[in-house]
Design a protein around this ligand. Structure first.
Ligand SMILES: *Cc1c(COP(=O)(O)O)cnc(C)c1O
Length: 387
């Protein structure tokens, strides 16, 4: 069946392709004061918290807006105004976390590794032991700008053993990669509706350790992003403070119902891993090279080197693939020409194989040579000459 007469499949890490049931959940209007809507909000918070087994330790505070609003809310609500945050960076989202921390007026230090190098627990131990004034550590679990996975559990242990507080941006990993609050010590973990839960974009949520958020009154320098206020208001009234994204909330509720019915986090991980495997094997067979080492590649989004052929440019390539029913994602690296393909969304390995075929047909249509080392291709000749 052709995809051309339908919406294209989004191979992007949010917004992503949602199921029909999730889309149709948005066909109703809800009053934000109505008890039936408040019950949906309560169920969503409960189901989200269950995914990290956080019921005994953490509260789920939903927040209007894209994921960054929740990251900013978490930093601004948790970190005291004289706090000092060490942000661990190996990509654009780490840089964004550092930038917003500074803009919220908190003292900032950074530890940066290359885009393809995970931060290690030893790096963090060294940085914390060298500076006793650091109160908080900010970590991006899966850095979506490449797809690299940082070792959350090991880093969390180091931060906890030194008595500091950990804030985790788990936006693109939550729901797909196992995160158990009973085993991994963190004070805040942030994710959003339009990623691995497979809802529409429009709300974020922060899991905050209950004993921590209880101490956070009056810290925020922002009215709208004050998680403490949002939390206490919601506990008191069952309602969102300020207009809720009603359609998004009910769609997330529907998405969570499907998530649970399909087997929860373990099943989601398996499907994404199968998507990632189908993508990488098909693309490498065609001659593409994956940017990251397989050991640090999360099955969320894959960064691929652009074809070396000078005829290649991302925009025409994107347009050709789009004509065939798939939306790719541009690269986010400054040093090397890359593009990205998301493995997440309401799709399976069959769609990934179709996507690989769409890429193959697009390259052919554009006359782009992948330079696979077969006799007669220009690349093979050039390599032979160079040798
Ligand atoms: C998607 C994402 C965010 C949030 O980005 P928004 O554009 O605000 O939704 C933050 N961090 C990571 C790692 C992400 O993947």
């Amino acid at each position: 069946m052709s995809n051309v007469d339908r919406d294209p499949i989004l191979l992007t890490p949010g917004p992503l392709t949602t199921s029909l049931a999730t889309k149709t959940a948005m066909l109703r209007d809800w009053g934000s004061w109505d008890s039936s809507f408040n019950a949906v909000t309560a169920r969503v918070r409960e189901r989200l918290t269950a995914i990290i087994s956080g019921r005994d330790t953490h509260v789920c505070v939903p927040m209007q807006g894209s994921g960054t609003f929740s990251v900013e809310g978490a930093v601004n609500t948790l970190v005291p105004r004289d706090g000092h945050v060490l942000v661990l960076i190996n990509g654009a989202y780490g840089k964004r976390l550092a930038r917003l921390t500074e803009m919220m007026g908190r003292r900032l230090s950074t530890f940066e590794t290359a885009d393809d190098v995970p931060t290690t627990a030893a790096d963090v131990a060294r940085a914390l032991d060298a500076d006793a004034s650091i109160t908080h550590v900010g970590l991006v679990h899966c850095e979506t700008s490449t797809g690299i996975l940082n070792p959350l559990a090991e880093i969390a242990d180091v931060v906890a053993s030194r008595g500091r507080s950990l804030i985790v941006d788990a936006m693109s990993s939550f729901g797909a990669l196992a995160i158990d609050a009973r085993k991994i010590p963190f004070d805040a973990l942030i994710a959003a509706s339009g990623k691995c839960i497979e809802g529409p974009p429009g709300m974020g949520f922060v899991f905050v350790r209950r004993s921590v958020i209880e101490q956070c009154a009056g810290r925020s320098t922002s009215l709208a992003l004050d998680l403490y206020d949002q939390w206490t208001y919601m506990e008191r009234t069952m309602q969102w403070r300020y207009t809720p994204p009603t359609h998004v909330v009910v769609a997330v509720d529907a998405a969570l119902e499907q998530y649970i019915a399909a087997g929860g986090q373990a099943a989601r991980y398996r499907r994404y891993a199968a998507n990632c495997e189908a993508l990488i094997s098909g693309m490498t067979e065609m001659g593409f090279k994956v940017f990251l080492d397989a050991r640090v590649q999360a099955p969320i989004i894959v960064t691929l080197h652009a074809p070396a052929d000078p005829k290649y440019a991302f925009k025409p390539f994107y347009d050709e693939v789009r004509k065939r029913g798939f939306i790719l994602y541009p690269g986010k690296l400054t040093q090397v020409e890359t593009f990205r393909v998301g493995c997440i969304g309401a799709i399976g390995p069959e769609e990934m194989r179709h996507a690989v075929n769409a890429v193959r047909d697009s390259l052919r249509a554009l006359g782009i040579n992948m330079g696979v080392a077969t006799a007669g291709t220009p690349r093979a000749t050039a390599t032979a000459r160079a040798a």
